[in-house]
Write a protein that binds this ligand. Structure first.
Ligand code: BT5
Length: 324
């Protein structure tokens, strides 16, 4: 944030919600009233709501709901997850940053979080729309001592954690569409991206990216997403604290991660199936090598989807886009 806007915010905090005249702001900042107005517009872009009244000046009505490291740390109830936080107001992709940090040896449980991503990405380098202050754009680094084949299970563990966090914090009932979509009433509210750094037989780190539309309004989505995406605020009819949701996701994820390390995948699989929408249905799975049509039977202990085609042949699918 620019030093001028920092000074401006100090002046507003001193006034405790009362109006500060344009002239006194100009005096404090040592600039013209036109320049003051420009800085006010910048604050609005940063998520501040300001009231401007002629002859009285400006006052702050609402500060942006931010997800800074302090906001996340305050009230976080985990043993290690989220104890190291990299926060940036704007970033290209939290996933990319987390990869660098993981490579450089950051501690397990490190998270990267930003208010905005300028090139957030989904699977297969698809873009992930991440406008400022409206969502949770977060990447989490874990270091399980496991073979790389088990990595896809982490998408499913994260999905269970996300669904339960949304249920508990927001009172909504999301569903999981294998492998990585969380839906509310058929529209995507969250996407999960699990990537790994590994040697041939062992995982060095797993990077779980979570993108959740929280306080986005209909108008925040570009045309191509309007019909397929939704947000917590749209479904609930009111905005929700992103910091609280993040804390709940981290608490749930840490808990299920520990259960998974102690007891294996089956307790998670059992929970996961309770939230899954596509199981038992006739689906089309589009993979990079082609499409498979048939009945989704369920997932294996590795988190792989089993599909039975019309000739009763069983296919095991590691990653795909599902239509039903
Ligand atoms: C995903 O990919 O759903 C994984 C998304 C992971 C995003 C997180 S945010 C934090 C971290 N940092 C990153 O850079 N990424 C991760 P996939 O299944 O491939 O879905 C991508 C598709 O979802 C796009 O092609 C769009 O159709 C749609 N999409 C894009 N942005 C969306 C949004 N905000 N809400 C709902 N759908 C969206």
């Amino acid at each position: 944030q620019s030093p001028i806007r920092k000074k401006m915010l100090e002046a507003f905090s001193k006034s405790k919600g009362e109006f500060v005249s344009g002239q006194s702001l100009a005096d404090i900042l040592g600039c013209t009233r036109t320049a003051v107005w420009k800085h006010i517009e910048e604050l609005r872009k940063e998520g501040f709501e300001l009231e401007a009244v002629r002859k009285r000046g400006y006052r702050i009505i609402k500060t942006p709901d931010k997800v800074t490291d302090n906001e996340i740390r305050y009230g976080l109830n985990t043993k290690f997850l989220g104890h190291t936080i990299y926060y940036q107001e704007s970033i290209d992709s939290t996933q990319k940053k987390a990869h660098h940090l993981a490579y450089d040896g950051c501690p397990e449980g490190t998270i990267v979080i930003a208010e905005e991503q300028t090139s957030g990405r989904g699977r297969l380098t698809r873009p992930w729309h991440s406008p400022k202050f409206t969502g949770i754009w977060m990447s989490i680094v874990l270091r399980p001592k496991l073979p790389p084949q088990q990595a896809p299970q982490f998408t499913l563990i994260a999905a269970v954690a996300v669904v339960q966090a949304i249920e508990e914090v927001c009172g909504l009932n999301p569903e999981i569409k294998w492998p990585n979509d969380i839906l509310i009433k058929g529209r995507k509210v969250t996407g999960i991206l699990t990537e790994l750094q590994a040697e041939s037989d062992k995982i060095n780190s797993i990077i779980i990216g979570i993108g959740m539309n929280v306080n986005a309004e209909e108008s925040d989505f570009p045309e191509e997403l309007k019909k397929i995406a939704t947000s917590i605020a749209i479904e609930k009819g009111q905005s929700v604290s992103r910091a609280r949701l993040i804390q709940k996701i981290l608490e749930k994820l840490e808990n299920y991660y520990q259960i998974y390390l102690e007891k294996g995948f089956s307790p998670i699989k059992w929970l996961w199936e309770g939230y899954a929408v596509s199981i038992g249905k006739n689906i089309i799975a589009r993979t990079i090598t082609g499409s498979i049509e048939g009945k989704a039977l369920g997932i294996t202990d590795e988190g792989v989807l089993r599909i039975q085609d019309e000739n009763d042949k069983i296919h095991e699918v590691y990653s795909a886009d599902i239509e039903f």
